[in-house]
Ligand binder design. Structure first.
Ligand code: GRF
Length: 212
C-alpha cells in the first residue's frame, strides 16, 4: 500500500475529499498523516476524526524557514510517503524541501494556471471581469505555483457573483479533481519527467490532461 501525507493550513475541505476518496477506495493508498503549520487548523480535527495522526508545527519556534522545513521533512519522512500532497498549505517552501520531494509533491491552486499564481486569485478574477475561472493540480517545483500542470477544471463566473460564490464553485471542482489526480499518482500512472507531467507514458500539454 502506498503512503500519502497531506499538508494543510486551514479548513481542510480538500483534505476531507481525499480522506473520503481513500475510504471509498477511489485512491488505492493510505493517508498516513496530516501536518499543519497552524495548530488551530480545522483540517487537523478532520484528520483526528478520521483516525489519522495529525501534527502541528509552529513557525515561531524555529530560527529560520530552513530549520522549520528540516524538522517538517524529518517528521514527514517517518511516514515514508510516496506522495506529499499540499492541500491549502499556505507557507512558502524552502528549496531544500522542494528538492527533497521533487516528483512526488503535488499542489492544488485556485486558478487556471499560468493565470494568477500567488494569493487572492478569486478577487483578481472578479476585479478583471473574467468569465471563466478554475483550479489547477500541478507538480511542485521551485517556481511558485509554476510547476507542470496535471489537471485543470474550469467554472463559469456569473454576473453578480461575489468572492464566496466563486470560491464555493471552484472548491466543489477541487474536491473532484484532487482525489482523481492523487489516485493516478498512487496507481503509478503519473510522473514528472523533464519538467513536464506525464500520464500513462505520454507528456501532458501545458494545460494538463484534457479529455477528447
Ligand atoms: C483551496 O481552494 C486550494 O486551491 C488552495 O487553498 C484552498 C484550501 O481550501 N490552495 P481547504 O483548506 O482545502 O478547504
Amino acid at each position: 500500500m502506498k503512503n500519502i501525507v497531506v499538508l494543510i493550513s486551514g479548513n481542510g475541505s480538500n483534505l476531507q475529499a481525499i480522506i473520503d476518496a481513500c475510504n471509498q477506495k477511489k485512491i488505492g493508498g493510505t493517508l498516513r498523516a496530516v501536518f499543519s503549520n497552524k495548530a488551530d487548523a480545522f483540517g487537523l480535527e478532520r484528520a483526528r476524526n478520521a483516525g489519522i495522526p495529525a501534527h502541528a508545527l509552529t513557525a515561531s519556534q524555529f530560527a529560520s524557514r530552513e530549520a522549520f522545513d528540516r524538522e517538517l521533512m524529518l517528521e514527514i519522512d517517518a511516514y515514508a510517503p510516496d506522495v506529499v500532497v499540499l492541500a491549502g498549505y499556505m507557507r512558502i517552501l524552502s528549496p531544500e524541501f522542494v528538492a527533497h520531494y521533487q516528483g512526488r509533491l503535488l499542489n492544488i491552486h485556485p486558478s487556471l494556471l499560468p493565470k494568477y499564481p500567488g494569493l487572492n486569485t478569486h478577487r483578481q478574477v472578479l476585479d478583471n471581469g473574467d468569465e471563466v475561472h478554475g483550479t489547477s493540480v500541478h507538480f511542485v517545483t521551485d517556481e511558485l505555483d509554476g510547476g507542470p500542470v496535471i489537471l485543470q477544471a474550469s467554472v463559469p463566473v456569473f454576473a453578480g457573483d461575489n468572492e464566496e460564490d466563486i470560491t464555493a464553485r471552484v472548491q466543489s471542482q477541487e474536491h473532484d479533481i484532487y482525489p482523481l489526480v492523487i489516485g493516478w499518482f498512487i496507481a503509478g500512472r503519473l510522473e514528472m519527467r523533464d519538467n513536464a507531467a506525464w500520464l500513462d507514458g505520454r507528456p501532458l500539454p501545458v494545460q494538463g490532461y484534457a479529455a477528447d
